[in-house]
Design a binder for this molecule. Structure first.
Ligand code: ZN
Length: 351
């Protein structure tokens, strides 16, 4: 028993066809160096991506054949852009399948008790990728290719496990939400910056799932300017609501983005490492069986927030200690108001 760390050369070969792009292989170099520096990589068993060719067929559970074929063809032709944000090169199709294969392998091994936790340190990311590509009316795929987490969640649910997806990336996991929107078996708690202020423009409190799945999707809207105080309060309240309504899961799949960390570069949230340690404790409170899949995080978030989260999750190792950050302006009050909206949308008592 122990924790698994999925790393593979393929994850580094997905590169921008030309010029600078913030979603680039350096992210994994920085993330891995930080995990080593804090003594955390040493606590995990490194494993390459498992055989991934067969995952093409399984991807059709979450993506339409037309979208899978589009990525495949573009990749076979050497690459290009799927949209203004999202590139493909000759290795992208294989790398996307390898991330999905790793998340599936991790999910099944952790769920069965063969490993106690896993971190898939892969890219391209996936939480914005919906059934046909860009999800829920978003303008682009936001650097994402295949939704590994949604596939792992569906697979575990098919096997009879109770599953939560916890997404604390700065941006709404609109692809995951679209794919699971009518699936009552997966509870999805998603913390993100106010969608009226940032890509992808989705993830409102009243978007709670459809049909039998109504009430299983929890969108936690963080006001721009939110610091540790607001983010921690919102995360704890949302997880508590989810557990009161749906009980605890067998397995938690974490869509782990580190771009809400102060100064990471893309948004207006100001989480310090303290937020990530609380998020890890919340994750553990939900279940001891945890699979972490890397999503966003582009600079300091990978170097500091990722090791803080993993140190607390693994219950060992050092972490980058920092002063707690306070919310700016009215961000704490606005975040609380958004929580009340979520509570009312869910028909939860005590809002
Ligand atoms: Zn993000």
């Amino acid at each position: 028993m122990g924790a698994l760390l999925y790393r593979d050369a393929l994850f580094y070969l997905h590169e921008p066809p030309e010029g600078y792009h913030m979603e680039e292989p350096w992210r994994l170099v920085a993330a891995y160096e930080a995990l080593r520096e804090w003594g955390l990589a040493q606590l995990m068993y490194e494993t390459p991506a498992p055989p991934w060719e067969h995952v093409r067929r399984r991807l059709l559970e979450v993506h339409d054949e037309s979208y899978v074929r589009l990525v495949e063809k573009l990749s076979m032709r050497g690459g290009g852009y799927l949209d203004a944000d999202t590139y493909v090169n000759a290795y992208t199709f294989a790398a996307g399948l390898a991330v999905a294969a790793s998340a599936l392998d991790a999910a099944v091994r952790v769920a069965s008790g063969e490993a106690e936790a896993a971190l898939v340190l892969g890219r391209p990311p996936g939480h914005h990728a919906g059934r046909y590509g860009a999800a829920m009316g978003a303008p682009t795929l936001g650097f994402c290719i295949f939704n590994a987490t949604a596939l792992a969640a569906k697979t575990l649910a098919d096997l009879g496990y109770r599953v939560y997806v916890l997404d604390f990336d700065l941006h709404h996991g609109n692809g995951t939400q679209e794919i699971l929107y009518r699936d009552p078996r997966v509870v999805h708690v998603d913390l993100h910056q106010d969608p009226s202020t940032i890509y992808p423009g989705t993830g409102w409190p009243w978007q709670t799932g459809e049909g039998e799945a109504e009430g299983t999707k929890l969108n936690v809207v963080l006001a721009p300017g939110a610091g540790d105080d607001a983010i921690v309060e919102a995360a704890e309240a949302a997880v508590e609501m989810a557990v009161e309504m749906h009980g605890k899961p067998d397995v938690v799949l974490v869509d782990a983005g580190f771009d809400a960390y102060q100064g990471d570069g893309l948004g207006a949230l100001y989480a310090s490492t303290n937020t990530y340690r609380v998020l890890a404790r919340l994750t553990r409170r939900l279940s001891s069986r945890v699979v972490v899949v890397l999503e966003g995080g582009y600079s300091s978030g990978l170097r500091r927030a990722l090791p803080a989260y993993m140190a607390e999750l693994l219950g060992a190792g050092a972490w980058p200690a920092e002063e707690e950050t306070r919310s700016r302006g009215r961000a704490l009050e606005e975040t609380r108001e958004n929580l009340r909206r979520l509570c009312r949308a869910l028909g939860h008592t005590g809002c």
